[in-house]
Design a protein around this ligand. Structure first.
Ligand code: NAD
Length: 368
C-alpha cells in the first residue's frame, strides 16, 4: 500500500491502528471506520493471511450493516496475523496482548469472527472491560447456539414472500452450508411450514424433493456428523446444490459462490443471503434481470450483530429475538418496497438507506 490515506473517503476510516509487539510476535490492525451512529462494533479475525486492506473493507461493511439495521453503532474491525489453531495458551497470550493494546480505543467494541470465539471475547473483556459475543457465564448471549442470524433470515424471508407472491407454507427451500446460520434458518423456516428439499456441507449435497427431516439433520450435525451420513435422500456433489429446483435458495457458507459463470444454474425465485458476499455483483445483477429477488447479506444476515448489540446493552435472549424481528422486518420491508418502486437491485437500495442514516448521524457530530 502506497499511502494509508488511499483508503480515505467522506465516510472514513476514522482510525487505522497498527499493533506490533515483537517479543510476542503480535501483529494486528484495527480499523475504526465511522462512529457517527455510535461506538463501533465489529469482529476480531485471526488468520495468517489477513491484511490492512481486508480489515478496512470488513470495517466498512460493518458501518453499512449496523446503520442498515438501525443500530446505535458504527463500524469497525480488527485482524490478528496468526494461525487460529495455535496452542490455546499461546492464543490466550496473544489475544490478551491484543486486548491490552486496544484498551484505549474506547470507540471500538470487539466481537468474535473467523478464528476467534466467545472464550477469546471473555479474555478481552477480562483485560479491558468491553467485548461482545461473550460466554453465557459472564452475560453473553450464545448467538450461534440460539440461531440469531438464522432467525433474522427467516423473518426477512417472511417479509420477502409477499413481494414475489410466494406462500411460505409448502415453499421449497435449499440451504448451502448447514452450519450455525444454515441449520437454524432451515429450522425456523420449517416452523413456518416450508420444506427443506436440499442442504449441503463440505461433504456434499443431500436432496429429497419430498422434504428432508430438519430436526434429524441438525442432530446429525450437532453430533459431529456430515450430511452424507444421513440415511435418506440423494447424495450429490457439494456443487450440485446450485442445480436444485426450489423457491428459496439460501447461501450460508462461503463468499463468491454464485458468480457470472454459474449463476444461470440457479432455479429459484428468491435468494436470501445468509453468508457474507455470497454472490458477485455481476451474479446479483443477472439474477435481478431474471426477476429473481435477492435480499442482500447486510439486510438478511444482520441478526447476529443485532443480538450482539442487545448483549452490549445488557439485554438477554428474549429482547434479542424481539429486536431482530423488529429491525430485520422493518428494514427488509423498506428496502424491498423502495427497490420495487425504482427497479434497482435491492443491494443498491439498501446501501443508499445505510448511507442516508450514516450521513444523518454525521450531521449531529462536531467533526465529521
Ligand atoms: P459455520 O462454520 O458454522 O457453517 C458453515 C457451513 O458451511 C459448514 O456446515 C460447512 O460444512 C459448510 N461449507 C463450507 N464450505 C462449503 C461449500 N463449499 N459447500 C457447501 N457447504 C460448505 O459458519 P456460520 O457461522 O454458519 O457462517 C456461515 C456464513 O455466514 C459465513 O459467510 C459467515 O461470515 C456468515 N455470517 C455468519 C453469521 C453468524 O451469526 N454466525 C452472521 C452473519 C454472517
Amino acid at each position: 500500500m502506497e499511502d494509508l490515506f488511499d483508503l480515505a473517503d467522506p465516510f472514513g476510516p476514522a482510525k487505522i491502528v497498527h499493533i506490533h509487539r515483537p517479543s510476542l510476535n503480535l501483529k494486528a490492525v484495527v480499523v475504526i471506520d465511522n462512529t457517527s451512529c455510535g461506538v463501533a462494533i465489529g469482529g476480531v479475525r485471526m488468520a495468517p493471511d489477513v491484511s490492512t486492506d481486508e480489515c478496512f473493507r470488513l470495517a466498512r461493511a460493518m458501518t453499512w450493516k449496523n446503520a442498515a439495521a438501525g443500530l446505535p453503532h458504527g463500524g469497525g474491525k480488527s485482524v490478528i496475523f496468526g494461525d487460529p489453531r495455535m496452542p490455546l495458551d499461546q492464543k490466550e497470550q496473544l489475544i490478551r496482548a491484543f486486548a491490552d493494546a486496544i484498551g484505549d480505543l474506547t470507540d471500538y467494541v470487539p466481537g468474535p469472527d473467523m478464528g476467534t470465539d466467545e472464550l477469546c471475547m471473555g479474555w478481552i473483556k477480562d483485560e479491558i472491560g468491553r467485548a461482545v459475543g461473550l460466554p453465557g457465564a459472564i452475560g453473553g448471549i450464545p448467538l450461534d447456539k440460539i440461531g440469531a442470524t438464522g432467525y433474522g433470515l427467516a423473518v426477512c424471508i417472511d417479509v420477502a414472500q409477499s413481494f414475489i407472491d410466494l406462500d411460505l407454507k409448502g415453499a421449497r427451500v435449499v440451504v448451502q452450508g448447514f452450519g450455525a446460520v444454515g441449520k437454524h434458518t432451515a429450522r425456523f423456516l420449517a416452523e413456518k411450514g416450508a420444506i427443506l428439499v436440499a442442504a449441503s456441507d463440505t461433504s456434499g449435497t443431500l436432496a429429497d424433493p419430498s422434504g428432508l427431516d430438519v430436526g434429524a439433520l441438525i442432530a446429525l450435525k450437532d453430533a459431529g456428523g456430515s450430511l452424507r451420513e444421513h440415511p435418506n435422500g440423494k447424495k450429490l456433489a457439494a456443487d450440485a446444490i446450485l442445480d436444485i429446483d426450489c423457491d428459496i435458495w439460501i447461501p450460508a457458507a462461503r463468499p463468491d459462490v454464485v458468480r457470472a459463470d454459474n449463476v444461470g444454474r440457479l432455479k429459484t425465485r428468491l435468494v436470501a443471503e445468509g453468508a457474507n458476499i455470497p454472490c458477485t455483483p455481476e451474479a446479483e445483477l443477472a439474477l435481478h434481470k431474471r426477476g429473481i429477488l435477492v435480499v442482500p447479506d447486510f439486510i438478511a444476515n444482520a441478526g447476529g450483530v443485532i443480538c450482539a448489540a442487545v448483549e452490549y446493552g445488557g439485554g438477554t435472549q428474549r429482547p434479542a429475538f424481539e429486536s431482530i424481528d423488529q429491525r430485520v422486518r422493518t428494514n427488509t420491508q423498506l428496502v424491498l418496497e423502495e427497490s420495487r418502486k425504482t427497479g434497482e437491485v435491492p443491494r443498491r437500495t439498501a446501501l443508499a438507506l445505510a448511507e442516508r442514516r450514516v450521513r444523518a448521524a454525521m450531521q449531529t457530530r462536531r467533526w465529521h
